[in-house]
Design a protein around this ligand. Sequence first.
Ligand code: ADP
Ligand code: MG
Length: 229
Amino acid sequence: MTDLIHLTDVEKSYVRGKERIAIFDKLSLRFEQGDFVAVMGPSGSGKTTLLNLLGGTDRPDKGAIEFEGQRIDKLSEGQLTAWRAANVGFIFQFYNLMPILTAAQNVELPLLLTRLSPARRRENVATALKVVGLEDRVRHRPREMSGGQQQRVAIARAIVADPKLLLCDEPTGDLDRATADEILSMLQVLNRDLGKTIVMVTHDAEAAKYAKRLLHLDKGRFDERELAA
Ligand code: ADP
Ligand code: MG
């Protein structure tokens, strides 16, 4: 398989007051096209920071991040925003939907950054909501839906621009087991049938089983772990 993302000698630290917190030092890591990777590790180990670097919502202090051979760490803010809109979908633990917007309007949001016509936008929104099985909740607002339904709206929003990469930060952390399994099965279908490359942070060993690979992060180092059967 070919690499989708390649991190080389990435360094990242945060400065708070007089304190400097090193997260990654000379980190090199690759993610293949079509992979589904679970990332586990203690709280504060840098899992969210990794997703932010991969998705271009944060930048490394040093080192290179390549996406399909393109240095995304070298892009200007405007170029990075456009790159992100075309290539990356984010899915969060608490869905991050806009409460005053309907399901369809939430899903349409990322498309407002593109040049698609309103008709094409409506078409893509309808397709995305269909993929997640919410055709009958188009006009519902977040508070009128269950947690699982809200997460499905968030998944529809993440895939509406047909990005290659999905970054999921504890996507089932707020859901019961049965609903979590529904959401994870949906991510598996997006990976298997639509070829989405997925990097999913999770605390849940059961959730990790849906992935193809498991990486464990601790003290700035990643190591590959066997996925439990
Ligand atoms: P995880 O997702 O594994 O719990 P994070 O990536 O969120 O960990 O955070 C890693 C470390 O970096 C933590 O110690 C956190 O406090 C610190 N950190 C994260 N973001 C910032 C920030 N914007 N400013 C300062 N420190 C941060
Ligand atoms: Mg986190």
